[in-house]
Design a protein around this ligand. Structure first.
Ligand SMILES: [Zn+2]
Length: 65
């Protein structure tokens, strides 16, 4: 599984977590429990191919309580 970096708007921290891609949107902050963390873009040098949009849609998460 890849490791993603997340920004937590709740506590302002950054953490990384190893999750499946399908579980990225269900990650919670391990520091404060915030469920609305934002995945950071991978710091990989993108070779100019294809567009750059349509990958960062706003998260309209169906929060399950
Ligand atoms: Zn947090």
């Amino acid at each position: 599984m890849p490791i993603y970096e997340f920004d937590c708007p709740g506590c302002g921290r950054t953490f990384d977590k190893r999750v499946k891609f399908s579980e990225v949107e269900s990650v919670v902050c391990p520091l404060c429990g915030n469920r609305h963390v934002k995945k950071r873009l991978p710091t990989i040098a993108v070779k100019g191919s294809g567009g750059s949009s349509a990958s960062s849609l706003p998260v309209s998460s169906g929060v399950s309580l």
